[in-house]
Design a protein around this ligand. Sequence first.
Ligand code: GDP
Length: 302
Amino acid sequence: RMGRLRGRLAGSNSAMGKGLLGILSAGTLDEAVWEEVEDTLLGADLGVEATTELVDNLRSRVKAEGAPAPEQLEGWLHEELLKLVDPSMDRRIAASRVGDRPAVVMVVGVNGTGKTTTVGKLARVLVAEDKQVVLGAADTFRAAAADQLETWGARVGVPTVRSQREGADPAAVAFDAVKDAHESEADVVIIDTAGRLHNKVGLMDELAKVKRVIEKRSPIDECILVLDATTGQNGMRQAEVFAKAVNITGVALTKLDGTAKGGIVVLVQRELGVPVKLVGLGEGADDLAPFDPKAFVDAVLD
Ligand code: GDP
């Protein structure tokens, strides 16, 4: 399964890697070449800071060790890209019981980014690890959202706590889901939340309240922000808004199958200071994978 996902990632992201290899192996490493490298990295949404750092590192290496032989080039790029992706970050999802209580995972993000799908896929991954999972449908703004989550729950074989009433208090539903998970001695409860962007202030207040009310019953172990990789810099602006309302502990980057802008991984981690923990690589139930920095860089350079 990982092999298949890697293939999908490579297909979309290797444009950046191939571009870099092509540019750097074309001839003398002069200013024009470095500028072209910078353009390629910026075009892949790596951001100005990381782009500058990567190019500076490569230039210093050329200065210290001489221009790389063609067969060294890929190795160099691999090392430098991996440094940026930062393999030292802890990317595990807190989904095991903590003492005598379930782990609590809150999932936030703008509508349409793939939030509900990601919750469903994550539940599936955890069930496959023999975990007992409860879902909470705290997006009460649209009845369809709770229906969608419940469908995922049924598919994966886990209970979904929801309200039948559209417009019910999302914090109350979240609280009930956490309570249910405590009572049924589940390993983990995953709370899906609303993400309507047109009412930013209301939404942020609502999320802060959901957080506060959950915390009356139980600490929150993980708050995953779902970001659509295809939205690039725009997605980053959304991320900052969410980071103000809740305490983000990791990012699920969706739709990475549909973009060559894999640099967003680096940008997100730098701007938010938290790791990308999960990547969405398609619409299917199995298309969610833990983010693996080395496999990611391999795919970029494949
Ligand atoms: P929500 O409004 O944020 O809860 O978004 P949904 O979970 O309803 O997903 C919105 C759309 O994005 C659906 O059509 C999903 O199938 C699709 N989607 C979610 N994740 C991925 C992914 O990783 N890759 C692709 N290609 N599509 C995805």
